[in-house]
Design a protein around this ligand. Sequence first.
Ligand code: GLU
Length: 431
Amino acid sequence: MDPRKLILAGFERALPYIKTPDGKPMPDWIFMKLQEPERLLEGRIVIPIDDGTNATFLYYRSQHNTWCGPAKGGIRYHPDVNQEEVIFLSMGMTAKTAVIGLPFGGGKGGIAPRYNNLTPERTTFLRDYFPKKMSALVSERLTREYTEKIAPIIGPEKDIPAPDVYTNAQVMAWIMDEYSKIVGYTCPAVVTGKPIVLGGSLGRHEATARGTFFVTMAALNHLGIDDEDHSVVVQGYGNAGCIAAKLFYDAGFKIIGISDSKGGIYNLKGLNPHKVELHKIKSGSVINYPDSDLIDNEELLELRCSILLPAALENVITKDNAPRIKAKIIAEPANGPTTIEADDILYERGIFRIPDILANAGGVTVSYFEWVQNMERLDWTEDEVNARLKNKLVNAFNRVLTESVANKVSMGVAAYIHAGKRLTAAGMLRG
Ligand code: GLU
């Protein structure tokens, strides 16, 4: 499936319900403008890699929409990154910043090896190498070259990158450093998700997972099931999944299943996600964790549980497995894990799905707080950051819930109605 269709279809489904501030249907030209990025930069980088050869990487930065403020969104290092995916993810960021009501638009960037005309062996090697086995030296060089390429279009008032899949605070530090050299002064506000000492915000590292936690608590409260003994299944054990598992566990929830790209583990009596994390750091995967049974990623998603957290990549809950999902609530730390058809099936089956653009918006929300602190030379405490995060996400949850109840549609459709109304108002005022 063309990944762009996922977000476009999200807007399309919401279209009949999106009205202008004076109650008229959304004008055509607004939707036409939302269908493509405002600006797309792509090209290639050739650098020496760890095996002594040279490799070509393709890089992208898509600025989808800037009606409400500078473009905002992460940079992904993954062997499958491509132009379509980056555009789809940048469109998702436009929806995400609009759902929360941040003064930003949507952007996304990414890098992947170029595979054209390579032997199958070389392709396999590069797919395995990038980015997990790349040394820090090569990663730094690649990041600095990428920064140089995108420098003309990024900046604190233009487009502010952040971490995404397989990029982290160190990568942000290199971008900040390279950009600062180019402009001739230290410019922390050009990226978010930086190390604290370079102007990063307390609470940013945990923010995506903490946001998922806050909206899930709001959902439990809304459904009137917040006093039961709840079980949680986590698919994906990277930054978002692992921290979410720990937050839920520390709050008294029972984590019964965890998986990563190599496979999954489960124990109906509960797993300790802190210990699973140590096991993954030592062995490279959650599998073979003592006191657990093996389970594959497909079966894991279908486990009976209270809360399912898809925290890996796109398209894991589809029309094929949606009829078999047994969770009461799905909250999505990942971007795009559920297809449109699956959302319809889940809604009909009474499964309460908190869509990605709301459930994982904690990351970009604290990115916004980081940017504000950088621009204003402030440093907020972690408690202040978390309190502001809770406030923004619970408010957004309630507004989306209001649309869902009023229009009798899923939270997935309602999130796009809410985002669409804001974008329509902003687009029309700007003309
Ligand atoms: N990559 C994250 C996302 O998809 C964070 C973006 C940001 O902080 O700008 O929401």
